[in-house]
Write a protein of this length. Structure first.
Length: 120
């Protein structure tokens, strides 16, 4: 984000991402949603991820405002992340304690998760 909180780029699964922030929620008007759909339907678009579509929309003059919020990211798409999220929500685990937990996943999955965590 720039100094005015405008999103410059969503770094989708990008090794060496320049930010540790992640994005997770998008609020938009119906008009913007339909504009994104029209962009996505163009024959030259091959977006596998919503973030790359947002990047194209920004490059075409669209504006996205970012809000820095939250303090802990857990990937609930993994069993470890789901369990960690439940513990955080139950208050059984502080965010500091949760960040010390090591996932019991393969090295390949951890590498993938690290790239997802760095996507901004």
């Amino acid at each position: 984000m720039d100094e005015n909180s405008r999103v410059q780029e969503i770094q989708v699964k990008k090794p060496g991402a320049t930010s540790s922030w992640i994005w997770g929620v998008i609020k938009m008007s119906g008009t913007v949603f339909h504009g994104l759909y029209e962009l996505w339907m163009r024959p030259e678009r091959r977006d596998e991820y919503f973030g790359t579509l947002i990047n194209a929309w920004i490059a075409n003059g669209g504006e996205a405002i970012g809000i820095r919020a939250g303090g802990e990211y857990v990937d609930v798409g993994t069993l470890h992340g789901y369990r960690r999220a439940i513990q955080l929500l139950d208050g059984r685990l502080t965010m500091t304690e949760a960040s010390r937990l090591q996932p019991s996943t393969s090295a390949e999955e951890r590498m993938t998760d690290e790239h997802i965590h760095k996507a901004a």
